[in-house]
Design a protein around this ligand. Structure first.
Ligand code: CP
Length: 320
């Protein structure tokens, strides 16, 4: 097990300092270029063994962690709940301890329970990376969102970022709020009150009840998916009504005083929280977020493995 400048694990952005967040974003910069090469591979993590333990569905996070690991030459194994002994009732800790007995170095975990990543980190020696736990945090998503904002605006400090939609169920919202505020952004949320946490005031964010007001105010909107699978009761009258009142449409964006940047962590409900001509339009950086996800995850893997930040540029040496 390695302990680098981030400590043993990456469980969330709330526990990190502004300097640690900046360190990850700065370390991601030199790693971006590796994915543009013909041969997308450097030997930086050769000999490291990493298990991706995904107990919930994922496309972007799982695939981009795997690409990040493979591009750094780590040996990786993917374990999903279905098809593993978890489906026979084996506990999370027993699963991880059995994997550790095979001498792994790191676990990337996605789990439906808030706190699952921390629970695991306290019980195993290997480094643990939280790839999304319940409604708690999704730190690498927050980091790649910030990297995308920084790419576009050149800075995070002073930016007005509004997180729109189903904040209540969103670990992405929480990681963005913690990370953006630490780096000096002005953060707001917008959505129906039924989809905002009761304790939203404790997050220190501005609350907009009307999407039109959020669009007038913001430099960037991070539009969240309605997490219908986590809604046991009716939080909204209907999807059509939600789109009519809170949907981000081209007509609404056209009334803004500036070109508002559009982010979405995916997967999108097109025609619900975001219209297709916005998702695919000139103000959208949604696919840039996905591209940046690989570089951010490479940086996190590198730093947690004990990689020295000042050597990240040299660490990406290899065939171009
Ligand atoms: N943004 C995100 O976490 O997407 P996936 O659920 O596809 O990983």
């Amino acid at each position: 097990m390695s302990v680098g400048p981030l400590g043993k694990d990456l469980l969330g952005l709330e526990p990190l300092s502004a300097d640690q967040i900046r360190l990850i974003l700065d370390t991601a910069e030199p790693f971006k270029e590796i994915s543009e090469r013909t041969i997308k591979k450097v030997p930086t993590l050769r000999g490291k063994t990493i298990v991706n333990l995904f107990f919930e569905a994922s496309t972007r996070t799982r695939v981009s962690f795997e690409f990040a690991q493979k591009r750094l030459s780590a040996d990786t194994v993917n374990v999903a709940a279905s098809g593993s002994s978890v489906s026979k009732g084996e506990t999370l800790v027993d699963t991880a301890r059995n994997l550790e007995a095979m001498r792994i170095d790191m676990v990337v975990i996605r789990h439906g329970a808030s706190g699952a990543a921390q629970f695991l980190a306290e019980r195993i020696e290997s480094n643990v990376i939280n790839a999304g736990d319940g409604t708690h945090e999704h730190p690498t998503q927050g980091l790649l969102d910030m990297l995308t904002l920084r790419d576009h605006f050149g800075k995070i400090e002073g930016l007005k970022v509004c997180i729109c939609g189903d904040v209540l169920h969103s670990r992405v919202a929480r990681s963005n709020i913690w990370g953006l505020k630490k780096l000096g952004a002005d953060v707001a949320v917008c959505g129906p009150r039924s989809l905002l946490p009761n304790a939203i005031d404790a997050f220190g964010v501005t609350v907009f009840d009307r999407i039109e007001d959020a669009i007038q105010w913001a430099d960037a909107l991070n539009v969240l998916r309605l997490q219908l699978e986590r809604m046991q009761r009716g939080y909204i009258p209907s999807l059509r009504e939600y789109n009519r009142v809170f949907g981000v449409s081209r007509e609404r964006l056209a009334r803004a005083p500036r070109d508002v940047l559009i982010l979405h962590p995916g997967p999108m409900n097109r025609g619900v929280e975001i219209d297709s001509d916005v998702a695919d339009g000139p103000q959208s950086v949604i696919l840039n977020q996905v591209t940046n996800g690989v570089a951010v995850r490479m940086a996190v893997l590198y730093l947690l493995s004990g990689g020295r930040p000042e050597l990240a540029e040299a660490a990406k040496g290899g065939q171009r």
